[in-house]
Ligand binder design. Sequence first.
Ligand SMILES: [Mg+2]
Length: 167
Amino acid sequence: MSRDPGATAASVELLVLDVDGVMTDGRLWFGPDGEALKPFHVRDGFGIKRLRAAGLEVAVISGRRSAAVDRRMGELGVAHVMQGVEEKDVALRELLGRLGIAGARAACLVDDVPDLPLMRAVGLPAAVADAHPDVLAAARHVTRLAGGSGAVREFCDWLLAARGATP
Ligand SMILES: [Mg+2]
């Protein structure tokens, strides 16, 4: 595995995304019946679709549970959606085994300290611009955009560009 993040990006076969603070701005919208809404960024969705069209696997591993996540990931055709996960690295290793993909060929985009074990389990750990300082320090790549503001799209485009794809 190359020390150059761009070279590693070209060999990525699986992207693992956190939800809160990565696909959203991290705020939790509660109504009278509990968690009600998650504001997804529309451009992130197209980035995920392009990655899948290029043959990459995309997975979501979230510590929380939300019907909005199932709905949005269903729209985007993301087959691997794991919610209510306490040990994200354990869930990742199970997924890697099921898909037959080495951790070295996985990337993750995350924002907070509970994601650190996940970051250690992949070859290309990445953080959104407004991630926790410990996460920024552990990341091999940091997006210019913040979570919920198109950071996922930016990272998807970067992965595709590393493979020589045109935007
Ligand atoms: Mg998060």
